[in-house]
Design a protein around this ligand. Structure first.
Ligand SMILES: Cc1cc2nc3c(=O)[nH]c(=O)nc-3n(C[C@H](O)[C@H](O)[C@H](O)COP(=O)(O)OP(=O)(O)OC[C@H]3O[C@@H](n4cnc5c(N)ncnc54)[C@H](O)[C@@H]3O)c2cc1C
Length: 363
């Protein structure tokens, strides 16, 4: 199958709404902080003063996310589980003029940001890793497989800069779409057909409908929530070897023991939310394992990947990308079927010596 790269590089947005729940998960734009937004813990302490006295709330996304997460770990979160983001010290007319969308969005759930804080939490924002592609966004391993946007890997390095995803989508969508169409025309002209493996199709059909055959079993919504909790705690913003190994062990166990017992209780094949969630469990667990294994092998901190047991960037050893491939190994656990290797980073314009890259940077 297709190899993937950089799957340990998961970007967090530091300020997604946590409370009120009506807008939970919505990103509170960076403009909120650049207009003066301040972060406070439950004691009213402006905690960025201790993590980054120079940059405060406008430190980089990954840094602010880690700072908030550390407050959570110290027990400094609000009663509801977030931290406060406040603009109440900023003159109302500035907020009205510069942040009209945030003002009306938050008003829709009863918060007047001119007077009251929003409770926020870091939330997943972008997957830097994905399928290894060439300049036509075609997988280098599987001809005819095009991976664009967040499905592709290596386009934005380990920490994508703001606003670069949508322009990339526009370029990659057009380019790969044109190439895919030309490929299809060429194959048609040459009367080339790819025969589907009907045995595999039958196996897939059986898997997809198997959820309806079980009378009782694991509820997909409940398992989804447990998976999210497992990933947040063990493969999240601050990682270490012990928690990553725990996640791998748990994910393997869920794949072997719980996934085969997931059932969809409502029985409808026309529209079933449970069925959609049940099908999503496969890529959730699979991708979770790929991320955890990639994060485990990278014994340093770099870009969006932070290891508290290796809190430094190691340019001597780690100017490398982590690559994962899937190997069919009957009888082995899923994590053992994921082959993790590294390859040197392809350096193009600037060589490390041109920029005097230090061999090690402590975080
Ligand atoms: C809160 C937030 C704010 C952002 N702000 C910006 C910004 O200001 N500027 C910027 O450049 N980027 C921004 N980004 C990043 C950018 O929005 C995303 O990277 C981009 O939209 C990803 O596009 P995509 O097509 O790769 O994936 P998606 O938009 O996720 O599209 C994938 C689609 O595939 C569908 N799908 C999934 N599984 C299946 C399946 N099995 N079968 C069929 N369909 C399936 C999904 O439903 C979805 O519609 C932001 C991201 C977030 C989360």
């Amino acid at each position: 199958g297709a190899k993937v790269i950089d799957m340990e590089m998961l970007q967090w947005h530091p300020t997604a709404v946590w409370w009120p729940p009506g807008l939970r998960g919505m990103a509170v734009s960076e403009a909120f902080r650049s207009e003066g937004g301040r972060l406070y813990n439950k004691f009213g302490e402006r905690f960025m003063m201790k993590y980054s006295p120079e940059w405060l709330e406008v430190a980089t996304r990954d840094f602010v996310s880690r700072s908030i997460y550390q407050e959570f770990m110290k027990g400094n979160a609000t009663e509801r589980g977030g931290v406060y983001l406040s603009l109440s010290h900023v003159p109302a007319e500035i907020i009205e003029k510069r942040l009209p969308t945030m003002l009306s969005n938050m008003a829709s759930v009863g918060i007047d940001i001119r007077k009251n804080p929003v409770e926020i939490t870091p939330a997943v924002h972008y997957t830097d890793g994905g399928v290894i592609i060439d300049i036509l966004w075609e997988s280098v391993d599987v001809p005819g497989l095009y991976a664009i946007g967040e499905a592709s890997g290596g386009v934005h390095g380990g920490n994508r800069l703001g606003s670069n995803s949508l322009p990339e989508l526009m370029v990659s969508g057009v380019r790969s779409g044109q190439v895919a169409a030309m490929r299809a025309l060429r194959m048609n002209k040459n009367k080339k057909r790819v025969e589907a493996d009907m045995k595999k199709v039958a196996e897939e059909q059986e898997r997809v409908f198997s959820f309806f055959d079980r009378k009782d079993g694991v509820n997909p919504l409940e398992l989804r929530d447990r998976l999210m909790d497992l990933m947040w705690k063990n493969v999240g913003i601050i990682r270490n070897e012990e928690r990553l190994r725990k996640a791998i062990e748990e994910l393997d166990k869920i794949w072997d023991e719980e996934l085969p017992n997931v059932n969809v209780s409502d029985g409808s094949k026309n529209w079933s939310y449970e069925w959609v969630e049940a099908l999503d469990l496969y890529p959730r667990i699979f991708t979770g394992l790929v991320m955890a294994k990639s994060a485990l092998i990278r014994t340093e901190s770099r870009a969006n990947h932070y290891r508290e047991d290796y809190p430094f960037t190691d340019n001597q050893y780690w100017l490398k990308n982590v690559v994962v491939s899937y190997e069919e190994r009957p009888g082995s656990r899923l994590s053992e079927r994921l082959e993790v290797t590294t390859r040197p980073v392809v350096v193009t314009l600037l060589q490390p010596e041109d920029v005097n890259l230090p061999s090690r940077v402590d975080w």
